[in-house]
Design a protein around this ligand. Structure first.
Ligand code: IMP
Length: 192
C-alpha cells in the first residue's frame, strides 16, 4: 500500500498539501518573528485542533534569523458545543493556561476560524488577564459564516466553505493526523 492510500476510500479531495501548509506556516512565522523581533513571546495553542499548527509554527519562528528574544509555548484546551460540523460558540474550557498571561505578548494560535465565536470567547478570556499585547493567528480561515467580527492579525490559508479535516482538524475525533487538509466523502457523514 502506498503511503496514506488507506484514506483513499474516505477522502474526497485534498484541499492543501502538506507542502502548501508548511509554506503557509513559514510565511506566518516570518510575519510573527518580524513583529516580535527582540521581544519575548507566548504562543498559546488552542487544543486539540491547533496541536500541529502551534508546534510547527514555534519551530518555524526559531528558524527565522531575527525574531523574538524568547518563545514560550503554552496550551489551552476547549471544546465547542454544536452539531458535528458547526460550533455553536458555547465553549467549554477543559484546560487553562499554565503560564501567566498578564503582562506578556500573547499570540493565540487557532486551527480554523468559522463563525468566530470560539476565537471571540478565547480572546475575551485572555484579554481579561491584561496581557501586554494580544493577537491571533489562524491557520485556516472560513469567512463565509462569520457571526462576530473578531480580529485575526495572522491568517494562513483561505479554506473553502466545506467541512475539512486533517493537520489537527477532526471529524468525530478522527482524521486529525492526516498530514494534509482534506474534504471527506459524503458517505462518512451519513454513516452515523
Ligand atoms: P467557530 O467557533 O465556528 O469559529 O469554530 C471554531 C472551531 O470549530 C475550530 O477551532 C474547530 O475546532 C471547529 N471547526 C470549524 N470548522 C471546522 C472544520 O471545517 N473542520 C473541523 N473543525 C472545524
Amino acid at each position: 500500500m502506498k503511503p496514506l492510500e488507506r484514506y483513499d476510500g474516505t477522502v474526497e479531495r485534498t484541499i492543501y498539501t502538506d507542502a502548501e501548509i508548511a509554506s503557509a506556516i513559514d510565511r506566518l512565522a516570518a510575519e510573527i518573528a518580524s513583529d516580535f523581533r527582540g521581544q519575548p513571546l507566548l504562543l498559546l495553542g488552542v487544543l486539540k485542533g491547533a496541536l500541529y499548527a502551534v508546534t510547527d509554527l514555534a519551530r518555524a519562528i526559531a528558524r527565522v534569523p531575527e525574531g523574538p528574544s524568547e518563545i514560550i509555548v503554552d496550551y489551552i484546551c476547549v471544546s465547542s458545543y454544536g452539531n458535528a460540523t458547526r460550533s455553536s460558540g458555547e465553549v467549554r474550557l477543559l484546560k487553562d493556561t499554565t503560564e501567566t498571561v498578564t503582562g506578556r505578548n500573547v499570540v493565540i494560535v487557532e486551527d480554523i476560524v468559522d463563525n468566530g465565536l470560539t476565537l471571540e470567547y478565547l480572546t475575551a478570556l485572555m484579554a481579561e488577564r491584561k496581557p501586554a499585547l494580544l493577537r491571533s493567528c489562524v491557520l485556516f480561515d472560513k469567512p463565509y459564516h462569520r457571526r462576530v467580527d473578531v480580529p485575526v492579525e495572522y491568517v494562513g490559508l483561505q479554506c473553502p466553505d466545506e467541512f475539512v479535516v486533517g493537520y489537527g482538524l477532526d471529524y468525530q475525533e478522527l482524521f486529525r493526523n492526516l498530514p494534509y487538509l482534506a474534504q471527506l466523502q459524503p458517505w462518512v457523514f451519513q454513516a452515523e
